[in-house]
Design a protein around this ligand. Structure first.
Ligand code: PSU
Ligand code: MN
Length: 340
């Protein structure tokens, strides 16, 4: 025992829980209904790279059956890059860190299983208590990733400040959560249904580093490689990305990091076209008052853009999340080597 560890150790002896002891084991000992997939548990116990994956994209972000095929292919892309996928969601009120194939199918079957909750931080307690199925947003997925000790999380789009957010106050809980979960979140930026400038301002206020991953410091806009905004930081390899996470970890900093990976180049042209449909969907949402429906706003917009583009947006969405999964796995692998 080193001298500098004494205060924390004393707290533990005295029966107090410090933040860093608030771990998965403690939660399970308190009776929290959490099941960690054996493969994920094994990888975590041996310091092997694990990538967390969310499920709101499955339950509320894509239509069946593309939601299922995409979730499977994202897991495959993680594996192909030498990391273990941990797709996170809730089944009958139990938190699953690493869904089994049948559980993933159950969540994806949105046409039959219509009572699946979109779970952000505020919904976790109720979803568990009422024993419901749930797809976790970035915010809830971040919470469970930290609990399990997973350092990297790959997704398509992070939530953000909605357009008109200065009036509606619709700011995704994802942003605050990223400021208090020390996880590297890999996304294709934020979707242009959002106010990208204000989202970046808000992340700055919250102290969340935004890092463009690739050849430029452009901040990507989901379907397109550039949003017109720049990231404060840029890296172009997994080792540099991992060193950012590791430096913050060494200092005991609790904030997360956003890595923004542009969609592959061949989708850029169609991305420009999709943007027009995004604007149409936004105007409709405003006219119908959808932007005042809380958690339903984002799923409605995603669905409407899909309809307006006759599925073309879906192909881009699949491609970009497969891409972030590959990058996430490489960063997780580089991080596991640093943390050894
Ligand atoms: N953006 C997408 N697809 C999605 C989401 C966002 O392009 O599926 C999901 C993510 O799970 C994200 C959530 O965490 O929507 C944000 O919802 P809200 O804006 O209600 O916070
Ligand atoms: Mn919202």
């Amino acid at each position: 025992l080193r001298l500098y560890q004494l205060p924390r150790q004393c707290l533990r002896w005295a029966g107090y829980r410090t933040l860093s002891t608030y771990t998965l084991r403690d939660a399970v000992q308190r009776g929290a209904p959490i099941d960690v997939h054996p493969e994920v548990q094994d990888a975590l116990a041996h310091g092997q790279p694990v990538v967390a994956l969310e499920t709101t994209i499955v339950t509320h972000g894509m239509p069946y059956p593309t939601n299922l095929t995409t979730a499977r292919s994202v897991e495959k892309n993680v594996r192909a890059n030498e990391a273990i996928p941990a797709t996170i969601g809730l089944i009958q009120g139990r938190v699953k860190i690493g869904l089994r194939p049948a559980e993933l199918e159950r969540l994806a079957d949105v046409e039959t299983n219509t009572d699946v909750v979109k779970v952000s931080r505020r919904d976790i307690g109720a979803t568990i208590a009422l024993k419901k199925d749930g797809g976790t947003t970035c915010s809830a997925t971040l919470i469970f990733a930290v609990l399990a000790g997973i350092k990297v999380f790959a997704t398509g789009g992070l939530g953000g400040v909605h357009r008109g957010g200065e009036n509606t106050m619709d700011v995704s809980a994802d942003l605050h959560e990223l400021s208090r979960c020390s996880v590297g979140l890999v996304s294709a930026g934020v979707k242009s249904i959002l106010d990208i400038g204000r989202t970046l301002e808000y992340l700055e206020t919250l102290g969340v580093p935004v890092v463009s991953y690739g050849e430029t410091n452009d901040f990507p806009a989901f379907y397109t490689r550039k949003s017109g905004f720049k990231s404060p930081w840029q890296v172009s390899d997994p080792a540099s990305a991992a060193r950012i996470l590791h430096s913050q970890q060494q200092l005991g900093m609790s904030n997360g990091t956003l890595f923004a990976v542009p969609i592959p180049e061949k989708y850029e042209a169609v991305g420009q076209k999709l943007q027009e449909s995004v604007e149409v969907a936004l105007a409709e949402a405003e006219q119908k008052g959808i932007n005042r429906l809380g958690k339903e706003a984002t799923p409605w917009l995603l669905k409407r853009v899909g309809e307006l583009t006759e599925g073309k947006s879906l192909a881009s969405n699949v491609a970009l999340i497969e891409n972030t999964a590959r990058v996430g796995a490489r960063i997780a692998k580089a991080y596991s080597q640093l943390a050894k």
